[in-house]
Unconditional design. Structure first.
Ligand SMILES: [Mn+2]
Length: 420
């Protein structure tokens, strides 16, 4: 049995932070990624497409998305591919949601939004070749451990469990910052009689443990810099007793990526910054096997380290100007430029031990790095009080860590008049 496993598609994410043009492009990217998912399913001649929750981002469904969904799913229905869509915390239940009124395909399409696991047979050429067992979220805050309610795999053919759940390690999943849990489960709650667990919820591609057949595919199309990198779906071949063969296939038409550019010590003109950014971008594209031809990029360029243009690049307006320039020259959909710790180039060795405030400060910083007694004496008592249990060695190591970069910071502050 061959399945395609996707999750966390989040169609019609509002993208409120972006202007209208970019918002539309990103929403279209979500729909295009879904079309690419259907292409992949057909190309791979998969027996089933499994969507492990969060197909939708919220209860708002655009007409464009509804059209794409119905026409794309019809292609799968026509080809006889079974689709199993188990709901997640973003698209739970049957009522309330426009998804309840979509004209879903009549054949081979299973929308499962009930907590009770259901067995769905998978057929090829009229013969049953495997099972999918699915449970869905009924509410936006499903606190039940849904994984633990799955029956043993039906057998004798391969069986796949589909579930949107926060599966943690042996301890189970912790609540998020707001105290919410989403179908929390431990790895041990996933019944080992299943040949594969098609999970959703965590937006990062992840195998739960090296030896477990439990995977998160990550989301289909990244939506912000927290969802950077190649995004797509998993193609899974099940042929027990062999372990499942899992292949990642990138599908996202827009890719988010951070570029860290640190070597700017010789950058005296903005063209030099451009060259350094371009080199980092080229490196990324050459070293990554999952780059798709014609893919669009949204880049966050993080500049840091000594740079003669620091004063210019610390201005928001100038960074916006650079971002616009980079967007055009790199052909990216959007670029933002961040000051991630730029500093004016200062030759510290010229100042150490000189008879001025900076010289003395640098000498003191250097000495404190070598002399534990001095370091302890210089540390404000507030720093020491917080962690009385810590061993002296740990405390000194912590204090020494605070000295990192202090010399450059002191020099910059004291020399600001010259460098600005
Ligand atoms: Mn999600």
């Amino acid at each position: 049995m061959r399945i395609v496993h996707a999750a966390d598609i989040h169609l019609d994410t509002p993208f409120r932070r972006h202007d209208a043009a970019l918002r539309q492009r990103l929403q279209q990217a979500g729909r295009d990624a879904f079309s690419a998912l259907v292409d992949l399913t057909l190309e791979e001649r998969a027996d089933a497409l499994l969507i492990a929750g969060d197909l939708f981002d919220n209860d708002w469904l655009t007409i464009a998305t509804e059209r794409v969904l119905t026409s794309e799913l019809a292609r799968l229905a026509d080809a006889g591919v079974t689709v199993v869509y188990a709901t997640g915390n973003h698209d739970p239940g049957r009522t309330n949601y426009r998804a309840a009124h979509i004209d879903w395909p009549c054949d081979n399409f299973h929308l499962h939004s009930s907590r009770t696991p259901r067995r769905i047979p998978i057929h090829r050429d009229g013969e049953r070749i495997g099972w999918v067992v699915a449970a869905g979220h009924q509410t936006t805050h499903e606190s039940t451990n849904l994984a633990s309610t799955y029956p043993p795999a039906p057998g004798p053919q391969p069986a796949v469990g589909v579930l949107h759940a926060d599966v943690g390690g042996a301890q189970g999943a912790a609540a998020d910052e707001a105290g919410n849990v989403y179908a929390p489960a431990a790895l041990s709650d996933l019944d080992p009689s299943y040949d594969y667990w098609a999970l959703g919820h965590i937006h990062k591609r992840l195998r739960l443990r090296e030896d477990s057949p439990a995977w998160y595919p990550g989301n289909l199309q990244g939506r912000d810099f927290g969802e950077a990198g190649a995004k797509g779906a998993l193609v899974v071949d099940l042929n027990p007793p062999e372990p499942p063969r899992v292949r990642f296939r990138p599908l996202a038409p827009v890719r988010w990526e951070r570029l860290s550019v640190t070597d700017l010590s010789e950058a005296r003109a903005i063209g030099d910054v451009h060259m350094a950014v371009r080199a980092a971008f080229d490196d990324l594209r050459e070293s990554d096997e999952h780059v798709l031809p014609g893919q669009d990029w949204i880049l966050r360029v993080e500049l840091s380290g000594p740079c003669p243009l620091t004063a210019v690049l610390r201005s928001d307006e100038e960074r916006d100007g650079l971002a616009e320039y980079l967007g055009e020259s790199l052909g990216a959909l959007d670029v933002e430029v961040r000051d991630a710790g730029l500093s004016p180039p200062i030759n510290l060795s010229r100042h150490v031990g000189q008879r001025h405030v900076l010289g003395e400060a640098l000498a003191l910083i250097e000495q404190a790095g070598r002399d534990d007694t001095l370091l302890s004496r210089l540390a404000p008592s507030e720093l020491a009080r917080g962690d009385e249990q810590a061993a002296e060695g740990e405390r000194l190591q912590y204090l020494r860590g605070l000295l990192d970069g202090l010399d450059a910071a002191a020099a910059e502050r004291l020399l600001r008049r010259d460098s600005a």
